[in-house]
Design a protein around this ligand. Structure first.
Ligand SMILES: O=C(O)CCC(=O)C(=O)O
Length: 268
């Protein structure tokens, strides 16, 4: 990505709460993702669409794309963490719901996590997390593309701004693009009025020092972690809290030191 493009996208996130990076996946990669999403969709009642980097090689690609990582790390720091990776197959007729802001289950927008002293105001001074949505299908006005409410990331209340749905805009994007938005930005799928499913991958990122949606260092398949190479830090091995005393803990490995290997739990 050219520096000018980078600055344009950063400014759009800062001012509007989102941006769209076009065409980062090839049509072959999207076609393979569709095959895999269809396979996993059939298993959805048993979690088929969760943590899909563990389930098909094509999804490992999504955290190896330099222009996206540059934007993510610009806002969340060099040690930003992948928080989850979820497949989405929005069928014909689906997507009539409203808008929401993320982080309301495990993040800082969780109503129960608001302290009295917050005065009912969300943290909007810094970007605490980003969501990214991969457009595995082209996103159009009619096929259930994501809607976003511009500037709503700056709205401090937990309640959506009045008239938010009417003022939201559909993120039109060519296949292979990725939508990047501030965790505070209200968004949601639009109505899929076509006869075909809309395919996407939902891929949020968080700061190293906040809780992710899963214990990523625990759930990642060891072979997937190995293949991540230099990018393995996005799984937060060094973000794991020690479960033994600190002198017995190897932070880089995310487990007890070699001398205390007998204290290791699970896969460690
Ligand atoms: O499927 C979409 O377009 C929106 C997904 C969504 O709401 C989310 O990732 O929180």
């Amino acid at each position: 990505m050219q520096d000018n493009d980078f600055r344009h996208h950063v400014t759009h996130v800062v001012e509007q709460g989102y941006t769209i990076l076009p065409l980062l996946l090839t049509s072959e990669e999207c076609a393979e993702a569709v095959v895999q999403l269809d396979r996993l969709y059939a298993l959805r009642d048993r979690g088929g669409l969760e943590l899909i980097f563990n389930k098909a090689r094509i999804f490992e690609r999504l955290y190896q794309i330099a222009p996206l990582l540059r934007i993510v790390r610009h806002f969340l720091g060099d040690d930003a963490l992948l928080s989850s990776m979820h497949g989405s197959v929005l069928g014909p007729g689906e997507g009539k719901g409203g808008l929401h802001a993320d982080g309301s289950i495990t993040g800082h927008n969780r109503a129960r996590s608001m302290a009295d002293d917050d005065g009912g105001e969300r943290i909007t001074s810094h970007v605490l997390a980003l969501n990214t949505i991969w457009c595995i299908s082209e996103f159009t006005d009619t096929n259930g593309a994501t809607r976003l409410l511009p500037k709503s990331h700056l709205h401090t209340s937990l309640e959506m701004p009045k008239g938010g749905l009417e003022r939201s805009v559909i993120a039109r994007a060519p296949q292979g693009s990725v939508i990047v938005f501030n965790v505070n930005t209200w968004h949601g799928p639009s109505h899929n009025q076509t006869q075909a499913p809309r395919y996407a991958v939902l891929n949020p990122w968080r700061r190293h020092w906040t809780r992710c949606e899963y214990e990523m260092a625990e759930v990642v398949d060891p072979q997937v972690l190995e293949r991540a190479g230099e990018e393995r830090r996005i799984f937060g091995i060094d973000a794991e809290a020690p479960y033994v005393e600190r002198w017995q803990w190897d932070r880089d490995k995310g487990g007890p030191t070699a001398d205390h290997a007998h204290l290791a739990r699970g896969k460690n």
